[in-house]
Design a protein around this ligand. Sequence first.
Ligand code: APR
Ligand code: MG
Length: 218
Amino acid sequence: MASGQLSRAEALACSGRRHACHVMLYCDTKTQLFGRFPIRHIILMQMRFDGLLGFPGGLVNPSKETLEAGLGREVLEELGVAVPVSVEDHVESRLVPPSSPYSPGLITHFYVKKMEEEQIREVERAAVCTATDHGQEVLGMVRVPLYTMRAGGGLAPFLSHSFIGNARSQLVDSLLRLNMVAPEELHKALTHSLEMHTQTVEGLKAALEQTEGKRKRF
Ligand code: APR
Ligand code: MG
């Protein structure tokens, strides 16, 4: 198994660890952006309270509830609607390495669940209208753009954002495993994301200079 990866049973047998469960909800769609770019799949992620992108879910205590029941509870709080997630939806469990800046020693469990397009739209509505966490722990739901536009917009800029923990790798792995994006296309998008980082660094330096100027004046 890849480093840090555990079976669900091995993960549950680890004593004294904290556990977190997250889920990728998605559906197929025939809709097109600008009538030209097939959207193909709606994948739900969220802008978290810490300014990072991640999947719905959260901390679960396996001594008090099953992983899936805990995930269901977190999903209800964050999305405002009950979405049953079962053991069959489990994809991987992983131990966050001690060197990680995000929750070292935590065990993360990742699930993927396919839904109907109308159900996904209902989740998006509930996430704004009824979720207790809306505007607080969850700043908003976002869809993952899987297309690439002529000037490079779409998947590449999305992947270049900042993600919590290993959420980017969970997304990339799911795109490949579910054949949502061809490996070659994904490779190109990630290469472009890396190039965009150079521009991001330049943009951040310029913004920093702007604040430096203000600090001197006041
Ligand atoms: N990979 C690795 N770690 C992750 C991932 C991921 N894809 N997604 C989340 N985490 C980590 C977070 O860093 C966090 O420490 O899992 C932990 C729990 O996930 P959250 O969704 O942030 O937890 P939640 O139960 O929704 O609570 C929100 O409230 O009590 C605080 O600090 C606590 O971050 C937690 C917050
Ligand atoms: Mg959460």
